[in-house]
Design a binder for this molecule. Structure first.
Ligand SMILES: [Zn+2]
Length: 390
């Protein structure tokens, strides 16, 4: 018999004892034998018998009988559903909660709880459409239910349904009376990126501008806008945008700039390179320098990368930065080989909120779901100590 069944039995016995004890308090002892209360308890006891004989489905049937008699027993039932979900038995959890909805005598509060629980069951089981459907029914009863709004937002973001996500964030702003402007800016930026991928440049442009209006510090929107201006050949505007990027976004994100400035080789040669050099002379940000050299190696060539490395005079680097530069070296030494191998699997970014580390930049943290919280990993630790997500 699994430990889960044993745990379930212990809970069921505790509930049975509690119910019997409650009856004794509610009614004088001599009346108990004659009241329908026994009928309420006996299916529960039968359920416990089934649990003892390791027949959880028969036990569930008996629990249904309990719940049909007095609605307070439905709470027992809800608790069992939570336990099943907690154990990953989503099918059983769903059946329990659907049984509650099938009852004609249930209070609207219980209906509401059953819808929320079904939303959680389906979400945990990966059936996101059905989860959304049940959360929506819960929200139709209680329009400001925060856990359901958060759960729907999580699902919409997971499914990259940015319009729906933005509607939910606006709703959260109303319910919580709080500003979600930065969050909304990142969602608008994702919409802009989508529009760009679908070839709708004017829409992409207006969405990126809207995102920057919502939050001028939104790195994602800045870089998209910059990319759009370079692609449109508006180089002067692009340089102004790059200046704004440096003054409005957090310095930890500045290392993301070289990649964008190098997307178009004409722009890079004409103005991007000089801009990067000015930026280097002004800030001497080693992460920016190393990333710039990496980008040159990737898009122009090894020789040019080496020349840039010498020009920048990168020194007193952390072990991480030394290894990243060593991985670019053409000389076939053991260290270079090891560095190249390490570079392939190393995590480059970490979430400021929860510490999770990832290989490539992500605008939303895969663990804590915060937007814009990823920053380049620096310091001398090579692998980091926090949790990794690939
Ligand atoms: Zn995080």
């Amino acid at each position: 018999m699994s430990s889960f069944i044993i745990a379930l039995m212990i809970v069921a016995v505790a509930i049975a004892v509690a119910l019997i004890w409650k009856n004794r308090e509610d009614f004088p002892e001599q009346e108990i034998e004659e009241t329908p209360e026994d009928v309420r308890v006996s299916p529960l006891l039968r359920g416990i018998n089934y649990l003892l004989s390791d027949k959880p489905d028969r036990a569930l049937q008996e629990m249904v009988q309990v719940a049909k008699i007095r609605s307070e027993s439905a709470e027992v039932y809800m608790a069992l559903g939570e336990m099943f979900r907690g154990q990953g038995e989503y099918g059983r959890a769903v059946r329990i909660h659907q049984n509650i909805l099938a009852r004609p005598d249930v209070s609207s509060e219980l209906y509401f709880q059953a819808y929320v629980s079904l939303g959680k069951d389906f979400q945990a089981g990966g059936l996101l459409d059905r989860a959304i459907k049940h959360y929506a029914k819960a929200l139709a009863i209680q329009t400001d239910h925060l856990p359901s709004l958060y759960a729907c937002l999580r699902i919409r973001e997971q499914s990259h349904e940015w319009d729906e996500a933005e509607w939910l964030v606006s709703r959260l702003e109303q319910v919580e009376n709080a500003s979600y402007h930065e969050h909304r800016a990142y969602l608008k930026a994702e919409m802009s990126k989508n529009a760009l991928e679908q070839g709708d440049a004017p829409l992409a442009e207006s969405l990126a501008i809207e995102a920057l209006k919502l939050s001028p510090s939104c790195t994602h929107a800045h870089l998209l806008r910059l990319r759009q201006l370079i692609a449109a050949g508006e180089y002067d505007q692009a340089l102004k945008q790059a200046e704004l990027f440096l003054s409005q976004t957090k310095p930890e994100h500045h290392a993301l700039l070289p990649e964008i400035l190098m997307l178009d080789s004409t722009f890079y040669r004409q103005s991007g390179e000089a801009f990067m050099l000015d930026m280097w002379n002004q800030y001497h940000d080693v992460e920016v320098g190393v990333r710039w050299v990496e980008q040159v190696s990737k898009t122009i060539g090894e020789k040019e990368a080496k020349a840039l490395k010498d020009k920048l005079g990168l020194k007193n680097l952390s072990l991480r930065h030394e290894l990243r530069l060593a991985a670019l070296d053409e000389v076939d030494t053991n260290l270079v080989q090891q560095a190249k191998y390490w570079r392939l699997s190393m995590k480059l970014f970490a979430c400021k909120q929860c510490g999770v580390q990832v290989h490539d930049m992500r605008w939303q943290c895969p663990k804590c779901n915060t937007w814009g919280s990823m920053e380049p990993l620096q310091g001398s630790h090579i692998f980091g100590e926090e949790q990794h997500v690939s």
